[in-house]
Design a protein around this ligand. Structure first.
Ligand code: NAD
Length: 368
């Protein structure tokens, strides 16, 4: 039987509650599909500081290095973070460190609005078309956020010049394009590549390289959109998008815009992938939201983002697409049955039942 090693780092706030439900659902999937996960839990964030003096204890990092993937909750507590220096705070010391350590260059953010939650979407129903089901693939380590030179210099009394540099190389574009085309092969087989080729040199290179890479995927339709048009199309006709392929900064902006269409932060998973080695893709899987201290410890959090992060892990790191789809379908079924945590509950919706974190996990595990 295929066996995979997973480091489960629940973190702070709602992290442990939603992680428990994700593990419950993964165990249900294991029973149905022939695979086995060796799950080892370890502290991170404030849980790491309290246990071992560091947001990313050495033992937790060592565990990650011997694992096939990391299933992460979230870290940081707004009332404790300001009490320690910025570079020791959980988001910086744990999250950024992990991203760097494992060379995570591709960020995947699926946004799927279940039909039953159409009311939770800020767009009018007629704009939602046949349904919103988008995967934003964002390059994570290049472009404007990291290009050199990056500096602010004085150009006279009280005046400054700030410089950021947008840089991409052919190999950087190729590797993220492959991620997008491969993901599209498992979905509706369409990639919309986003650039600003009418103004930026980077955009021209991006478009050329993506077009060339697309030739390796004849079954996938490729179209190009300028980023300003894409931002508009997302709110006018979101159903046209399957996979959106973006460089770092455009992806940062468009993935948040797309996320707003998904109904609730508690529904949005994400994956950050490193380079493949020996046929395996190392990945870091986490919900898009934070530690939600306002609802932590009260059985109120929506565990779906964490559960769907587990499904992404099965698909992208372990090649278990069928099991991943089964989890996604089980989430859809639990929603259709009327199960709602507080963030997606509306008293006006007929048949909706307000339930807790644990009950939502039970409903999804039962639906597998
Ligand atoms: P947040 O995402 O934690 O919360 C924003 C709002 O969304 C809150 O009202 C919260 O209750 C709600 N929410 C979030 N996830 C939910 C879920 N699963 N179910 C139901 N409701 C949910 O953002 P914030 O309040 O800005 O940050 C809180 C803490 O989390 C901060 O310390 C921040 O630094 C940290 N944070 C961590 C990560 C991460 O670990 N990747 C990401 C974002 C924020």
């Amino acid at each position: 039987m295929n066996t995979f090693k997973v480091a489960a780092l629940a973190g702070d706030g709602i992290g442990p509650e939603v992680m428990r439900e994700a593990i419950k659902v993964l165990r249900a999937a294991e029973k149905k599909f022939a695979f086995r996960i060796e799950m080892t839990e370890a502290p991170v964030g404030w849980a790491g500081i309290d246990a071992d003096g560091k947001a990313l204890p050495d033992s937790t990092l060592a565990l990650c290095k011997t694992s096939d993937a990391i299933l992460f909750g979230s870290v940081g507590l707004p009332d404790r973070d300001p009490t320690i220096p910025r570079e020791e705070r959980p988001e910086r010391a744990a999250l950024l460190r992990i991203r760097k350590e494992f060379g995570l260059f591709a960020n995947l953010r699926p946004v799927k609005l279940p039909k039953a939650l159409a009311h939770a979407c800020p767009l009018a129903k007629e704009r939602q078309g046949d349904g919103i089901d988008i995967l934003v693939v964002r390059e994570l380590t290049g472009g404007m956020y990291f290009g050199q030179p990056k500096k602010t210099e004085s150009i006279g009394v009280g005046d400054f010049r700030a410089t950021d540099t947008m840089v991409y190389t052919t190999p950087e574009i190729e590797r993220i394009a492959h991620v997008a085309f491969k993901a599209a092969q498992l979905r509706r087989k369409k990639v919309t590549s986003i650039d600003k080729a009418n103004v930026l040199e980077n955009g021209v290179l991006w478009r050329d390289v993506v077009t060339r890479t697309g030739k390796h995927y004849p079954g996938v339709q490729l179209e190009h959109q300028f980023v300003d048009n894409a931002a508009m199309q997302l709110v006018l006709r979101p159903a046209q998008f399957d996979v959106m392929l973006c460089e770092n900064m455009f992806g940062d902006i468009l993935s948040d815009e797309a996320a707003a269409l998904g109904g609730s932060l508690g529904m949005l998973p994400s994956a950050s992938l490193g380079a493949a080695s020996g046929g395996k893709v190392f990945g870091f899987y986490e919900p898009a939201g934070g530690t939600a201290p306002d609802i932590a410890g009260k059985n109120l959090a929506n565990p779906i983002a964490q559960i769907l992060s587990g499904a992404l892990m099965l698909r992208h790191s372990f090649d278990l697409n069928e099991a991943a789809t089964a989890i996604e379908n089980a989430v859809g079924k639990a929603i259709e049955q009327g199960n709602r945590t507080g963030d997606i509950f509306s008293p006006n919706e007929p048949g909706a039942k307000k339930i807790g974190t644990r009950e939502m996990g039970d409903a999804i595990a039962a639906a597998i």
